[in-house]
Design a protein around this ligand. Structure first.
Ligand SMILES: Cc1cc2nc3c(=O)[nH]c(=O)nc-3n(C[C@H](O)[C@H](O)[C@H](O)COP(=O)(O)OP(=O)(O)OC[C@H]3O[C@@H](n4cnc5c(N)ncnc54)[C@H](O)[C@@H]3O)c2cc1C
Length: 473
């Protein structure tokens, strides 16, 4: 029996929640798929408090789940056994340092992404990690899940944006890896071990992140394309013409826009005309760079027959409307009943094949299914979602999830892709990881876990699943 009351000695009475009714905000995750309670939630406010919690948990073999904003989509941040203590890092939310000119800032794990954006912008820079959950997701969670988002194309994912990490190890020691160095070849890359580890190797307490010069504006267009093949051609052309200024290239099917209009989630269609597919393209405008690059490339795309037409945003309101259509693509599908979702990636050139073969395979397996693949085409990451057939029973549809998964993952692997592009493994995909990951890579992952967390107290059962056995010290 876990004596969670002992935690009060480290953090004070009001920072331990063990009343089930008060834990809801830490247990209810966005997918509504995982419903196991926790033994308690503890809310440290300082790094030494996090260290004391880890030391106590290691000695008493209490499982800990690091948690940030609780916006993860694979159940990595919520319990799967019921005896876990959630360590919420939300109170560790200081912005320690911002140096816009040098291009870095050091922030604590509980800083909300939007606040990190605001701090960077106040200093005249940008922190270019943009996702729809940025009002709630926090730095520790973004790093723990190696989040991607809509500008990976230009700036990289959370891993690529991170220069250094400070983390509490399973035994309570502090790994002091905060650094603004761009070059440091003094041994194994320990920083990267904690990124994308889903809280299984350490509790991140702070990180030094990269900042970039703030663009003076953006050129944004909503382009009508006949299909993913044409979208790929458009992407190649845009990249050739605009280079590193191309910051986003997102793909959407007409079905997604029809649903937005049907459910009144957009006041106006952002597209110029009816088309089976659309690409949302954005190019940044830096101080001194000439405007018009986007429109010139679009004119060429039109002449070559790659696009049928395009709307170029004439104001920030129009740009916001275009982006909000893209950001609501997942949410609107829930208004249509159940949907089966896959977060997958393939080499960019294979995206059209993925969409064509995946849509056909699942349509063969489930009559009337409505494919709604959308997402970050520019980095090969497609959110391959399927809405239930019109009028179907949602439960009966979800009972076919395994068939849809098998079809999609088979195609993804055949095309050299990944079964989890940006959302991670958590508790949703542990069995899948074990089936598809190279056995040597899996064995290395188990060895690293055993070396850093021999008693298996950090987020046990996540990512490596029950196949990971602790080797108690
Ligand atoms: C509307 C919506 C849109 C989204 N869009 C995207 C998107 O475009 N791209 C994308 O990649 N994801 C997206 N996500 C998923 C989610 O927002 C990201 O995974 C985000 O990085 C999670 O941050 P969080 O603070 O909520 O972490 P949590 O959900 O709290 O935790 C996520 C993981 O990180 C671990 N963790 C948390 N804090 C720490 C810490 N301090 N140290 C070590 N490990 C820790 C947890 O144990 C868990 O394994 C979206 C989610 C929603 C709800």
């Amino acid at each position: 029996m876990v004596k969670v009351g002992e935690l009060r000695a480290f953090v004070g009475d009001d920072s331990v929640i063990d009343e089930p009714g008060q834990m809801a905000a830490y247990l209810n995750e966005p997918r509504k798929r995982f419903h196991i309670p926790a033994a308690a939630v503890v809310r440290p406010a300082t790094v030494p408090q996090v260290q004391a919690i880890a030391r106590w948990a290691n000695e008493n073999r209490v499982p800990l789940i690091p948690q940030g904003g609780n916006t993860g989509l694979v159940g990595a941040q919520v319990p799967l056994r019921g005896d876990e203590v959630i360590v919420s890092l939300q109170r560790l939310d200081a912005i320690r340092d911002v140096n816009a000119q040098a291009g870095n800032m050091t922030v604590e794990a509980g800083v909300i992404l939007q606040h990190a954006h605001d701090a960077a912008e106040a200093a005249g820079a940008i922190f270019p990690l943009w996702l729809a959950s940025q009002g709630s997701a926090r730095i520790g969670g973004l790093l723990g899940s190696n989040a991607g988002g809509v500008q990976v194309l230009a700036y990289g994912n959370a891993r690529e944006l991170c220069l250094g990490i400070e983390a509490v190890l399973a035994d309570g020691r502090l790994y002091q890896g905060l650094s603004a160095l761009r070059k440091d070849n003094t041994g194994y890359d320990l920083r990267d071990l904690f990124i994308g580890a889903e809280g299984t190797l350490g509790i991140i307490t702070a990180a030094t992140m990269k900042l970039f010069p703030r663009p003076v504006g953006y050129e944004t267009a909503f382009c009508s394309v006949a299909g993913p093949e044409a979208a790929l051609e458009l992407f190649y052309l845009m990249r050739e013409r605009t280079g590193s200024r191309l910051t986003a290239f997102e793909l959407m099917p007409r079905l997604g826009l029809d649903l937005l209009l049907k459910h009144q989630m957009t006041p106006q269609d952002p597209a110029a005309s009816l088309s089976p597919w659309y690409a949302l393209v954005e190019v940044n405008l830096m101080k001194g760079s000439a405007s018009g690059a986007l429109e010139a490339a679009l004119a060429e795309a039109f002449e070559r027959g790659i696009i049928a037409d395009a709307t170029v945003a004439q104001s920030e309101t129009e740009r916001t409307r275009m982006w909000s259509a893209r950001e609501l693509m997942s949410e609107v599908q829930s208004k249509e009943g159940a949907s089966i979702k896959h977060d997958v990636s393939v080499p960019i050139a294979a995206v059209p094949r993925l969409i064509a073969e995946g849509s056909a395979a699942v349509a063969r397996a489930i009559e009337g299914v409505r494919p709604c693949p959308f997402g970050h085409m520019g980095d090969g990451n497609i959110h391959f979602n399927f809405s239930q057939p019109v009028g179907a029973d949602p439960k009966a549809f979800m009972a076919r999830e395994a068939d849809a998964n098998a079809a999609i993952y088979d195609i993804v692997l055949r095309l050299g892709g990944s079964v989890s592009a940006e959302h991670g493994i958590g508790q949703l995909k542990t069995g899948l990881l074990e089936r598809v990951k190279d056995p040597v890579a899996l064995a290395m992952m188990h060895s690293i876990k055993s070396a850093l967390d021999p008693n298996g107290i950090l987020n046990p059962g996540k990512m490596l699943g029950s196949a990971h056995k602790a080797v108690p010290t």
